[in-house]
Design a protein around this ligand. Structure first.
Ligand SMILES: NC(=O)c1ccc[n+]([C@@H]2O[C@H](COP(=O)([O-])OP(=O)(O)OC[C@H]3O[C@@H](n4cnc5c(N)ncnc54)[C@H](O)[C@@H]3O)[C@@H](O)[C@H]2O)c1
Length: 263
C-alpha cells in the first residue's frame, strides 16, 4: 500500500519504541519521514534504516521544533503528517517526594513537546493545504494511574489539548487525534514492571499495533478522537460523556457549549 506517496511526516521520539514503529509504518505506506529525537545515535540509525531525515531535537525546546520543520520543508518539501509522540515517565509516585527536576523533565517532554510541536507544524501544514496531527497520549490520559500520577496529568493534558484544538485546526484543513495505548512493548517499560507483567500473564501490546492505530488516524476522516489501543483489540474511539449543563430558569433551548449536555 502506498497511499501516503508524496506525503511528508514528522515523528518525534522516533528513535525508539512506538515512534520508531510509526516511522517505519508511514515509510512502508509511501511517506518520507523526519525522525526527531534527542537520542542522536539511535535517531540517526532509525533515519538511515528508513531512508528518512534525522534532526536532533529536544521536543521541549521551541527552537528545536523550528529546526525540525525547517528541515522537513527544505529536504522533503513540507509537512503533511505530525506524530507528536516523544515522552517519558516520572519515577516518583509520591507527590510529597516529587522533585522540581522530575516534574519539569516530564512536563517538558510530554506537555511542552506536544504544544510546541503542534504550534510549529500547523503553519507548515497550512502551506500544504492541510494535514493530520496525531499525539501519543495513553490510557493514563483516560484513567487514574496512582503508580505515576504526574504521567497521568501529562496524558490527560494531551487529550484535553487535542479535543480542544479541533475547531481552530478544522478551519485550516488539519485533523488532530490522539492514540491512547495500554502497556506497550517498548524500552519505556522498565525491567521490573515488565517482569511483573510477564509473570502475571498480562499481554504487552506490540509497538506495531500502535503504529497501525496511528496510520488509521492519519488516513481516516475523524478529528478530535482519542483512540484506545488495547492488546488484541482493534483501536476504538473513546466515548466521552457530556457533562451536565447549568440548571437555569429560562435556559431551555439554548445551545450548550461543546462537550456539555443540554441546558
Ligand atoms: N510503552 C508504553 O507502555 C506506553 C503506553 C502508553 C503511551 N506511551 C507513550 O508513547 C510515547 C512513546 O513512548 P515509547 O513507549 O515508545 O518509549 P521509548 O522510550 O521507547 O521512546 C521514547 C522516545 O522519545 C525520545 N524522547 C524522550 N524525551 C524526549 C525529548 N524531550 N525530546 C526528544 N525526544 C525525546 C526518547 O529518546 C525515545 O527515543 C510516549 O509519549 C509514551 O508516554 C507509551
Amino acid at each position: 500500500m502506498t497511499h501516503l506517496d508524496g506525503k511528508v511526516a514528522v515523528v518525534s521520539g522516533a528513535a525508539s519504541g512506538i515512534g520508531l514503529a510509526v516511522a517505519r509504518t508511514l515509510t512502508e505506506h509511501g511517506a518520507r519521514v523526519v525522525v526527531a529525537d534527542r537520542n542522536e545515535d539511535a535517531g540517526r540509525k532509525a533515519a538511515a534504516d528508513i531512508g528518512g531525515v534525522f534532526v536532533g531535537a529536544d521536543v521541549g525546546e521551541p527552537a528545536d521544533w523550528a529546526r525540525v520543520v525547517e528541515a522537513a520543508e527544505r529536504e522533503l518539501g513540507g509537512v503533511d503528517i505530525a506524530h507528536l509522540n516523544a515522552g517519558v515517565t516520572c519515577p516518583e509516585p509520591a507527590i510529597d517526594k516529587l522533585t522540581d527536576e522530575q516534574y519539569r523533565r516530564i512536563m517538558r517532554a510530554n506537555v511542552d513537546g506536544v504544544v510546541f510541536g503542534a504550534r510549529a507544524v500547523v503553519p507548515a501544514m497550512e502551506r500544504r493545504g492541510g494535514g493530520a496531527i496525531v499525539a501519543t497520549a495513553s490510557l493514563a490520559g483516560l484513567i487514574p494511574t496512582p503508580f505515576d500520577p504526574i504521567y497521568a496529568l501529562t496524558k490527560h493534558a494531551v487529550i484535553g489539548l487535542v479535543r480542544s484544538l479541533v475547531p481552530h485546526l478544522q478551519a485550516k484543513g488539519i485533523r488532530v487525534n490522539a492514540v491512547c495505548p495500554g502497556i506497550t512493548d517498548t524500552p519505556l517499560v522498565g525491567s521490573e514492571p515488565r517482569a511483573a507483567l510477564e509473570q502475571a500473564g498480562f499481554p504487552l501490546i506490540p509497538a506495531t499495533d500502535i503504529a497501525a492505530a496511528v496510520l488509521m488516524a492519519v488516513s481516516g476522516d475523524d478529528t478530535g478522537q482519542a483512540y484506545v489501543c488495547q492488546a488484541g483489540r482493534e483501536p476504538v474511539a473513546f466515548e466521552f460523556r457530556g457533562v451536565p449543563g447549568p440548571r437555569a430558569a429560562g435556559a431551555q433551548g439554548r445551545r450548550p457549549p461543546p462537550g456539555m449536555g443540554e441546558v
